[in-house]
Design a protein around this ligand. Structure first.
Ligand SMILES: *Cc1c(COP(=O)(O)O)cnc(C)c1O
Length: 360
């Protein structure tokens, strides 16, 4: 039988507690939270936990993930986060109720697909506030909105922004006020009411907590702050959350005293780097059966603070366990907290098994 390791353990209790805490914070400020599942590849139990804990609906960047949750019987609205490929317009209308958009040609294609399927599709027009990922420029927002409003099968659901993703731009009162001004301009020029102003992702929550989020921003799409309990501006623990929702466990396959510096002439390692070594003398080294095919090494943090990560290749993770007080043996396992990128890699890896702890 194939081993249960490497293993990603998902603690639903923590996810539910974190989610309730963030939903409460947002509700106090008139903000609804769309629960973002993409970093787990939409494990259905995670989606259910988010809905049970007060999220208004679920959001994911991939249609496959939305389909997975629909097939698991999770009955809610779904928001597609990544602006759609024009080649997937029909699937977008079939699987997602709402999508974030920034290209009029794509929105026109969504309109045609919606007509064909006899459905209405809601869109949120993304405005680029300076982070330079998706979104129309502020100056083009009204004109784009006018074009969207001519489409019969598209419902202009709202506007939104995304910060702190490419440019690392932090949400502030100033840039959030610009978004509110765009809302007012569109409403006045087009004679409509905009229901949803989606202020962004987890990076907006510190501003919400400070009480300075401009009134009228009424929607956020939140993944990391709930799932990993992090303030994504500096990755410190987010108040009112725990950081143990996900743990990666790997098995020790070799345990030996070896020198800390390689012997012989050295060139490049398996990934084209020329590593440098510090001579710490002989130390107790463990090899775990997990590697870069499964996780991002820099994104692993051992739960045992006396264990140090030395390096890794595709399938082998090297640890210095000299100072560990655990009685480690061949077949023992070592646990790590993953950061966001590492969790994403583990979630997408077929080799990493997933286990739900604390059922719903
Ligand atoms: C991933 C994503 C989010 C959620 O981001 P977190 O930092 O995990 O909260 C929100 N909006 C968009 C457009 C995204 O792609």
């Amino acid at each position: 039988m194939i081993s249960k390791y490497p293993l990603l353990k998902i603690n639903l209790n923590t996810i539910k507690e974190n989610c309730s805490s963030i939903v409460r914070l947002c509700e106090k400020h008139g903000i609804g939270v769309a629960g973002v599942t993409k970093v787990t590849c939409a494990v259905p139990e995670v989606g259910k936990a988010l809905l049970q804990s007060g999220c208004i609906y679920l959001a994911d960047s991939r249609l496959e993930n939305i389909e997975r949750m629909r097939n698991a019987g999770i009955d809610t609205e779904y928001l597609l986060l990544r602006i759609p490929m024009i080649s997937e317009a029909e699937e977008v209308v079939k699987l997602a109720d709402i999508s974030l958009n920034s290209e009029i040609s794509v929105i026109q294609e969504l309109d045609r697909a919606a007509a064909k399927l006899g459905k209405k599709h809601k869109i949120v027009l993304m405005i680029d506030l300076g982070d330079l990922r998706e979104g129309v420029w502020v100056d083009n927002a009204v004109e784009t909105a006018k074009n969207i409003l001519t489409l019969e099968n598209i419902e202009f659901h709202g506007i939104g922004a995304n910060l702190a993703c490419y440019g690392g731009v932090i949400p502030t009162e100033e840039n959030m006020n610009i978004l509110m001004n765009v809302k007012t301009n569109i409403e006045e020029s087009c004679g409509i009411d905009i229901k949803v102003v989606s202020g962004g992702n987890s990076s907006g929550l510190p501003l919400v907590m400070s009480g300075n989020m401009p009134h009228g921003i009424n929607h956020f799409r939140v993944g990391e702050a709930i799932l990993l309990g992090r303030n994504v501006i500096d990755r410190s623990p987010f108040p009112g959350t725990k950081q143990d929702a996900f743990i990666i466990e790997a098995e020790i396959v070799e345990l030996k005293y070896k020198p800390s510096v390689p012997i012989g002439l050295t060139g490049q390692d398996a990934f084209g780097n020329e590593p440098e070594f510090m001579d710490k003398g002989n130390h107790l080294r463990a090899i775990c059966a997990i590697g870069r095919g499964d996780v991002i090494i820099d994104g692993l943090m051992p739960l045992d603070e006396n264990i140090e990560i030395l390096g890794a290749s595709s399938d082998h993770l090297l640890l210095d366990v000299t100072d560990s007080e655990q009685n480690l043996q061949i077949g023992s396992t070592v646990e790590f907290y993953p950061n966001y990128g590492c969790l994403l890699r583990a979630s997408t890896s077929h080799y990493v098994k997933k286990e739900i702890i604390n059922k719903l």
